[in-house]
Design a protein around this ligand. Structure first.
Ligand code: SF4
Ligand code: SF4
Length: 289
C-alpha cells in the first residue's frame, strides 16, 4: 500500500469512528462514481456536488427493543427514531470541511415529486456495503441489525470505498427453509398480496427470483397520517358547504393528527412494521432480552 493509500485509509477510518460516535449504528462508504451504473444523470452524487469522490452512508437504529415489544403497535412510530443517522452525517460533514478542507453536503433524500428521491438512500446503503434489498417492501436489511434508517453525505474527499455485500442478506436461511416447506416466508405471510396485502415473491436456489411490493397500498396503510391524508381531508373541507360539518372536519382527530404529522414530520414515516416485526434478520437486536 502506498503512503497516499495509507493516509486515505487512516482518514477513512477516523471519519467512520466519528460517525459511529455521533450516533450512527453503522457507517459505510461508496465511491461516488459507483452510482453511475445504476441511476441516470440527475440522481448521481456528481449532480449535487461537482467533483464528488465519495458518499458516506450512516445507518441509524430503528425502534428500541422496548418499542418493538409495545402492545400498541402505533407506539413505535409515535416516538420517532429517524434522526440519529442525520446527526451523524452532519457531524462527519463538518469534520470533512473543517479538518480536511474538502466540500461535503448531505445527500438530498426527500422526494420532491412523486416517490422518486433526488438520491436513493437505499442504493447508497447497498453500494456502501451496509445491506441488501429484501422481500419485505424492498427494505434494506443489514446482516446484523436488520432494518436501519439511512442518511448520506457527498464529499469531494477521496476515501477508501467499501463494496457491495457478496452475500444477499435476504432471504435468511430460516426463510429459505420455510419457503421450501410452505411456499412463503415470515414477511410474505404477514402481508400477502393474494389476501389484500402488499407483498409477494419467489425464492429459488436460496435467492429472491421474484419480488412484488405494492407501494401505493402499503403507503395508504402504513403512512396513515402525513401529506397524503392532509391533502385528502383538506379537499373535503374546502368542498364542504355546511359550516358545522366543516368545523367538525377541521377539529377531527384525523385532521389534527395529519397536521401534527406535517409539523413534526414524525407520524408520516410509517405506522406499520409488521413485515419487519416478523423478519429473523436483526431479531436479536429487536429482542435484546
Ligand atoms: S409496512 Fe405493513 S402494509 Fe407495508 S408491506 Fe409491510 S406489512 Fe405490508
Ligand atoms: S422475513 Fe426477512 S429475511 Fe425472510 S424473506 Fe422476509 S425480509 Fe427476507
Amino acid at each position: 500500500m502506498s503512503d497516499s493509500d495509507k493516509t486515505i485509509a487512516a482518514i477513512t477510518q477516523s471519519i467512520k469512528e466519528v460517525g459511529l460516535k455521533a450516533g450512527a449504528k453503522v457507517v459505510g462508504i461508496a465511491a461516488a462514481d459507483a452510482f453511475n451504473s445504476y441511476v441516470p444523470q440527475g440522481h448521481r452524487p456528481e449532480d449535487f456536488l461537482p467533483g464528488a469522490k465519495s458518499v458516506i452512508v450512516a445507518g441509524g437504529d430503528g425502534p428500541t427493543a422496548g418499542a418493538w415489544h409495545a402492545p400498541d403497535h402505533d407506539v413505535i412510530e409515535n416516538i420517532g427514531y429517524d434522526l440519529r443517522e442525520n446527526v451523524a452525517v452532519h457531524v462527519m460533514a463538518d469534520l470533512i470541511e473543517q479538518k480536511y478542507g474538502y466540500y461535503a453536503i448531505q445527500a438530498p433524500a426527500r422526494e420532491v415529486s412523486g416517490h422518486t428521491p433526488p438520491m436513493s438512500m437505499m442504493l447508497a446503503a447497498v453500494l456502501a456495503g451496509l445491506g441488501t434489498r429484501s422481500l419485505a417492501a424492498n427494505i434494506i436489511l443489514h446482516p446484523e441489525y436488520g432494518m436501519l434508517y439511512y442518511a448520506a453525505l457527498i464529499t469531494t474527499l477521496p476515501l477508501q470505498p467499501d463494496h457491495i455485500l457478496e452475500k444477499d442478506v435476504c432471504p435468511a436461511p430460516s426463510c429459505v427453509t420455510m419457503w421450501e416447506r410452505f411456499g412463503t416466508t415470515p414477511c410474505l405471510s404477514a402481508c400477502p398480496s393474494s389476501q389484500g396485502g402488499c407483498l409477494d415473491g419467489k425464492i429459488a436456489g436460496g435467492k429472491i427470483v421474484e419480488n412484488f411490493y405494492d407501494r401505493e397500498r402499503c403507503h395508504a396503510r402504513a403512512q396513515t397520517y402525513g401529506a397524503g391524508s392532509f391533502q385528502k381531508v383538506l379537499l373535503e373541507i374546502v368542498n364542504e358547504e355546511d359550516p358545522e360539518r366543516r368545523k367538525t372536519l377541521i377539529y377531527s382527530d384525523f385532521f389534527t393528527r395529519s397536521v401534527e404529522a406535517l409539523a413534526y414530520y414524525k407520524e408520516s414515516i410509517a405506522q406499520c412494521f409488521e413485515c419487519i416485526r416478523v423478519c429473523p434478520v436483526g431479531m436479536k437486536q429487536r429482542a435484546k432480552m
